[in-house]
Design a protein around this ligand. Sequence first.
Ligand code: SAH
Ligand code: DHB
Ligand code: MG
Length: 233
Amino acid sequence: MTIKPITTTNISTNPMLIVNPEIVDNTLNDLLQPEDQVLQHVRATCADKGLPAIEVSAQQGKMLELLVRTAKAQNILEIGTLGGYSTICLARGGGAESFVTTLEYEEHHAKVAHENLRYAGVHHRVGILVGDAHTTLAALSVSADPAYDFIFIDADKESNLDYTKWALALGTEDVTILVDNVIRDGRVIDPKRPDKLEFIKFLGEHPELDVSVVQTVGSKGWDGFVLAKRKRV
Ligand code: SAH
Ligand code: DHB
Ligand code: MG
């Protein structure tokens, strides 16, 4: 392990060194090792199989695991599987008794995810449902499964409002809802895309939800997530 923390000294003595969020993330990853060998293999496999590099960062993945553990969630729903990187983080956070249902549109992504989940040894407690999430969510709503206590929304961004409504319908009385990629380089306030702020407005006005929106910066650039929880009655 090479640890090269950037110190005030080497910044000021090296004018060519440009500090940016990616370099900081690299240093944090060196020091904290959020990715074990399994997650490293999974990230590499996603790239090898031609998937877009849009899975959560190592730090974000660890945060997912910790949020699920903090919520003590056991029945977890994910919308947007890709290669299963975040799915593994959610499954680890839930622990041995938990189950993750994850929804993915692209068959190729689901296939890669299946292999990755097997590699990570969590495939027996993950179900991948292939198809348009709008359809699979409707199917889930009529099935007898108990309600979800943690829901991670990370698919087609224009459907965030729809997916949040589904999350409220399918969630427990104190469901935790996490929505990725809601800031997107500040485009959340683009006047040409009023729907993005409509989504935030919906969250703010919803009588059942406590909401925070946190901007993030790191190896995945400038983005952010919604963390919402159904209010206690
Ligand atoms: N959660 C993943 C990244 C998901 S990327 C991780 O962090 O590891 C977004 C995924 O959502 C892509 O795989 C894309 O194919 C999928 N997706 C896009 N639209 C969808 C839809 N309508 N229904 C289900 N999945 C969809
Ligand atoms: C995209 C999707 C994501 O989930 C993400 O984290 C970053 C980008 C995308 O579709 O471009
Ligand atoms: Mg995302």
